[in-house]
Design a protein around this ligand. Structure first.
Ligand code: GCB
Length: 623
């Protein structure tokens, strides 16, 4: 096998465009207009062996239907993989092209700025407006924005063109590789495959909403908020700092803190200040209070001469701290009862879908869960908003899944992804921990300096939240754990190891969790355990792949969790997975991964009813 990573696929090297520094979610306000570009775009793939043709022939200056032979409609937001009947598009690796036209109102001409913002697109993206490049971005799961004021035509039609490449290489986050088999008996010339070391479909497309929005010339570009509460929770303090662009030195900033009914609680002014007040309504995790997820609104008002801008940020007031045996919110120890999830659904793949978001949060509440991990990449802001307002604690994970070969270039991309994630999610009360990756080859000596740098960088950007890395190597060989605040580990006793031997689960679980704690003296949590089950498969006594085996296995883990919880350092259980999900084709995957407690269509398996009983009983025991 010959490995060829980037030559064909990333033959264009793009210098990051200068843009705004903030990445605030776009919103309509007294001073801002918002216009969605979601809908049906025009789509074309590049010919397999002429990947650069769109760049060479400047497709962005023309209409796609005039330059490509095969142009089809493509929904945005959505993955493109499962939209057609064409296996070439489903499995496509390389440059694809999107385009749409839209009108810009004449009233936007003049004293305004206009921005174009993508919630995410996987992986490498280049964007043109009316044939002029406005930005590019690397990374599949985080937003990017460009000011397009000068490139737009006002009072007339405009065109946005996007080139998107989903190729993963040893330097992307996550990593992948393009393999050219050199056996000409078995493969035609030029044949290649994309390989990657993770167990979910590398869905591609414009996955999250695309917005055009306006701001005044001087505008609120970024806000950073931290909160704390006094030991008895009687006082709450909000510290904020606000970044303006285009402002004169006389510009004034005013802030009002509004409660959920819109009543003013406190006011202040200046770009950096604090608001302290008595009897705050705290942000509590689900089930720790009768009113979880309470959110205030920080209304920010910029006045710069005649120019005014308004932005409203939802914030939760809570304290967050941790020590060697636990994580504390509002000075109370928390126990995580949740799951790993995926952004995954039929047809849309990873595309944002409000019906699915609301359904999933209904199921989360039905289960009595209080948390999830954004395995194995940052989730859409539309999902994170629901976590904030439902009091669901989130372990916010970067797409550093299954990393191997830890070099300086990979580190650079990893740190950039961390920076963008923290920038996006720093103000969210639901985010209670950063996860800098999942199941790396952390037994390798190079993993030690690598992860120590990722942790230090993360703490520099955000000292207010604990940092974890989800581990799968043994406690005796792992090199990353010393740098972490919390040890999260994944293990599949009686599934991948000792398959069928349910009687071993308790012993293995207890020993391993205790060993992690004894060696590193940190809180320990199990972030994955589980078994695959095909809805409708049954047997008694249970055998693997039946729904009965899945529940029997869960019961054994529960016994172990109950013993561990009493020992003080064990802080949570997250089953793998919330729902069945799509994976690459493989002989160990039967039409996807079936460890969901819900099927992919969200119908409950018996495992869901059992988990609901368990999570409800944990809460009752606390009362
Ligand atoms: C893991 C991975 C997860 C997989 C899971 C499995 O350890 O973290 O991404 O889907 O195992 O089902 O094999």
């Amino acid at each position: 096998m010959k490995l060829c990573f980037s030559l064909i696929f990333f033959s264009k090297i793009f210098v990051a465009a200068n843009g705004p520094q903030g990445i605030l979610y776009p919103q309509q306000s007294e001073s801002r207009e918002l216009f969605s570009l979601d809908g049906v775009w025009t789509f074309a793939i590049s010919p397999k062996f002429d990947q650069d043709i769109g760049f060479k022939n400047q497709w962005y200056r023309k209409e796609l239907k005039k330059v490509s032979k095969y142009v089809i409609p493509m929904p945005v937001p959505s993955s493109y993989n499962d939209i057609t009947q064409n296996a070439t598009i489903r499995d496509y690796v390389g440059w694809v092209w999107y385009e749409r036209t839209f009108f810009v109102p004449a009233r936007w001409r003049g004293e305004q700025r206009v921005f174009l913002r993508f919630g995410s697109a996987n992986y490498e993206t280049v964007v043109w407006i009316n044939g002029v490049k406005v930005t590019n971005h690397s990374g599949g799961y985080l937003p990017f924005v460009a000011e397009v004021t000068k490139q737009l035509s006002y009072g007339s039609e405009n065109k946005v063109t996007v080139a998107l490449n989903n190729t993963l290489t040893p330097l992307t986050i996550p990593q992948g590789r393009i393999v050219f088999p050199n056996n000409t008996d078995r493969y035609p010339p030029g044949y290649f495959i994309q390989e990657y070391n993770f167990d979910f479909t590398n869905y591609a497309g414009i996955h999250r909403p695309v917005y055009l929005y306006t701001t005044p010339r001087s505008y609120i570009d970024d806000v950073t908020v931290t909160t704390e509460t006094s030991e008895d929770n009687y006082f709450g303090t909000i510290r904020y700092s606000i970044l303006c662009q285009g402002c004169s030195k006389d510009a004034m900033l005013y802030t009002d803190l509004l409660d959920e009914d819109g009543a003013n609680v406190a006011s202040n002014f200046g770009p950096k200040n604090k608001i302290s007040f008595k009897r705050p309504k705290l942000w509590w995790p689900n089930l720790m209070h009768e009113r979880p997820g309470y959110l205030y609104t920080l209304k920010i008002h910029l006045k710069d001469g005649d120019v005014e801008d308004f932005y409203r940020l939802k914030i939760g007031v809570r304290s967050l701290s941790w020590n060697s045996s636990g994580i504390f919110i509002n000075h109370q120890k928390v126990y995580f009862q949740g799951f790993g999830k995926h952004e995954d659904f039929l047809i849309k793949g990873r595309g944002v879908d409000y019906s699915l978001i609301v359904k999933d949060f209904n199921l989360i509440n039905w289960l009595g869960a209080n948390s999830f991990r954004t395995s194995h990449y940052p989730y859409a802001e539309e999902i994170m908003d629901f976590a904030d307002k439902n009091g669901i604690m989130v372990i916010d994970e970067i797409p550093g899944v299954g990393l191997d070969h830890f070099g300086a270039d990979l580190l650079k991309n990893h740190l950039e992804a961390m920076k963008e994630l923290i920038h996006r999610d720093k103000n969210r009360p639901s985010v209670v921990m950063w996860s800098i990756g999942n199941e790396p080859q952390s037994q390798k000596p190079e993993a030690a300096p690598y992860y120590s740098q990722v942790v230090n960088f993360t703490k520099l950007l955000d000292p207010t939240r604990p940092v974890t890395l989800v581990l799968s190597r043994g406690y005796f060989e792992d090199k990353a754990a010393p740098f972490l605040d919390v040890i999260c580990f994944n293990r599949y006793y009686s599934w991948y190891s000792d398959t069928g031997h349910l009687e071993l689960i308790q012993q293995q679980l207890l020993n391993e969790a205790r060993n992690w704690h004894n060696k590193f003296r940190k809180p320990v949590m199990m972030t994955e355990y589980g078994a695959g089950s095909i809805a409708g498969f049954h047997s008694d006594p249970p055998v693997v792949w039946t729904e009965d085996y899945q529940t029997a296995l869960m019961k054994e883990y529960f016994k172990g969790f109950d013993i561990l919880r009493k020992e003080g350092f064990f802080i949570g259980e997250m089953i793998w997975n919330f729902a069945d999900f799509g994976t690459p084709q493989g002989s160990t995957r039967v039409f996807g991964n079936h460890k969901g407690i819900f099927a992919r269509d969200r119908s409950p398996k018996p495992a869901a009813h059992l988990l609901k009983q368990r999570y409800e009983s944990i809460v009752t025991a606390l009362k």
